[in-house]
Ligand binder design. Structure first.
Ligand SMILES: Cc1cc2nc3c(=O)[nH]c(=O)nc-3n(C[C@H](O)[C@H](O)[C@H](O)COP(=O)(O)O)c2cc1C
Length: 222
């Protein structure tokens, strides 16, 4: 697939069909994504591929953890910002409300909001769940390298007719996830990705997200 088509057809998918994904395809995707650049070729990524029974056990435990402790779970480190401000706040609100409108979730309906959020911890019922871990003392350039790697995975998915959803939500259950995956104490789970075939009939996948135009985020110098 041409890179431009892969970028334009990628979108975050939150409902998948039951069609299985071959593990050899996932291996090819990861092998190719490993060609991503990283500062001094340090390659800070570690991927945990979950499928089949292990995926079921993992998601069951993580959904329980999220629902039991949803009000007390804390992130290990700041994900975005302490207090959202313009222009990030407006953008975040817009995508949130567009999504909830599609799903018929009304403002203040905490139960439905919680239920929908908890679907993150089932990888939105995708047949493949990736969990990404990192050594905790790596600096922000390593996180940037990691992002390039994750983006390449999502684009490579398109080459195989697959879709994905990157998920920062996993950072909230990092303690349980670290334990389940038996990570060394200097490693931690920071995010994940659901991978599978798009359920085109599900309205949650009809979400269209907007972008700023180039003139609003770019200055040209000559
Ligand atoms: C690092 C990262 C973390 C994200 N975490 C979540 C998440 O936890 N749950 C979710 O439903 N979507 C998550 N998303 C998807 C974003 O909401 C989505 O990328 C954004 O709204 C733009 O929409 P698009 O991906 O369809 O273009 C995440 C995206 C990124 C890049």
């Amino acid at each position: 697939m041409e890179i431009i088509r892969a970028i334009k057809s990628r979108k975050s998918i939150r409902a998948f069909t039951k069609k299985k994904v071959s593990i050899s395809v996932i291996k090819k995707i990861l092998e190719t994504a490993s060609l991503s650049p990283s500062g001094s070729n340090t390659q800070p990524w570690n991927v945990h591929v979950l499928y089949g029974n292990t995926l079921k056990r993992f998601t069951k435990e993580m959904v329980q953890e999220f629902l039991k402790n949803s009000t007390s779970l804390k992130l290990e480190r700041l994900n975005y910002m302490d207090t959202y401000r313009a222009p990030y706040l407006e953008r975040r609100r817009k995508v949130g409300w567009d999504l909830y409108n599609l799903l018929g979730i009304k403002k203040g309906d905490f139960q439905k909001t919680l239920e929908f959020h908890s679907r993150n911890y089932r990888f939105f019922d995708a047949p493949i769940g990736l969990i990404f871990s990192i050594e905790k003392d790596l600096g922000w350039m390593s996180w940037l390298d990691y992002g390039m790697f994750i983006q390449n995975i999502s684009l490579l998915c398109r080459s195989f007719g697959l879709h994905s959803c990157p998920q920062a939500a996993w950072g909230l259950v990092y303690k349980k996830a670290n334990k389940f995956l038996k990570l060394d104490k200097n490693f931690t789970v920071h995010c994940g990705m659901a991978i599978g075939y798009e359920d085109e009939k599900n309205k949650v996948n009809k979400l269209k997200t907007e972008r700023e135009s180039v003139k609003n985020f770019c200055k040209f110098y000559s």
